[in-house]
Design a binder for this molecule. Structure first.
Ligand code: GDP
Ligand code: MG
Length: 206
């Protein structure tokens, strides 16, 4: 029975999500809040780690794999490997630090460069620490404007109060799932198209 269970678990669809953003914006706090329902205030800032959790996405069981990056991204090769392995990205800044918002522009470009084969990459712009309204440096309008320009969703979160934490992970997984579904359709379409063509080619030879 244990074997059956293990088999079921491993056959679940896996959605690979990467946390991206400058240091101190709350990538680890958001990850740990989503994973374990707790606010961790002093997570080691240089520690990158990955987490896996079983979820129910729109009534269907799946697994999420979260890679919480932490500074090693400064080394281009490591960063590119991380980004390449991701299917969806939470691009996080802190609403209390304008510089972290500015950094998202370059981080997004790095993601696009690595995933250049993709037309639309599942990505959400996340303004974290929304519980610290009195320290806000990035207005909702400014962030929303950027997100609109990029054609992505903008969501404000708080890893402290848990506001919108589930939402950003689930909305992103939904985007990843949709993209996989449309890619599969395309692949199948191409396959049948190709076989038709080769059949036609063979006919020509005859
Ligand atoms: P990372 O470097 O992006 O992983 O950032 P961390 O998750 O380590 O968070 C950096 C600091 O910000 C820590 O002291 C956290 O407790 C704090 N922090 C993270 N998210 C929030 C939040 O939503 N609200 C508040 N008030 N503090 C937060
Ligand atoms: Mg961290």
């Amino acid at each position: 029975m244990a074997a059956t269970k293990a088999k079921n678990q491993s056959s679940l669809v896996l959605h690979k999500v990467i946390m991206v953003g400058s240091g101190g914006v709350g990538k680890s706090a958001l990850t740990l809040q989503f994973m374990y329902d707790e606010f961790v205030e002093d997570y080691e800032p240089t520690k990158a780690d990955s987490y896996r959790k079983k979820v129910v996405l729109d009534g269907e069981e799946a697994q999420i794999d979260i890679l919480d990056t932490a500074g090693q991204e400064d080394y281009a090769a490591i960063r590119d490997n991380y980004f390449r392995s991701g299917e969806g990205f939470l691009l996080v800044f802190s609403i209390t630090e304008h510089e972290s918002f500015s950094s998202t522009v370059e981080l997004r470009e790095q993601i696009l460069r690595v995933k250049s084969e993709d037309d639309k990459i599942p990505l959400l712009l996340v303004g974290n620490k929304c519980d610290l309204e009195d320290r806000r440096q990035v207005s909702v309008d400014e962030a929303r404007g950027k997100a609109e320009q990029w054609g992505v969703q903008y969501v404000e979160t708080s890893a402290k109060t848990r506001a919108n934490v589930d939402k950003v992970f689930f909305d992103l997984m939904r985007e990843v799932k949709l993209k996989k579904m449309s890619e599969n359709k395309e692949k199948n379409g191409k396959k049948s198209g190709k076989s038709k063509k080769s059949l036609k080619d063979r006919c020509c030879l005859l």
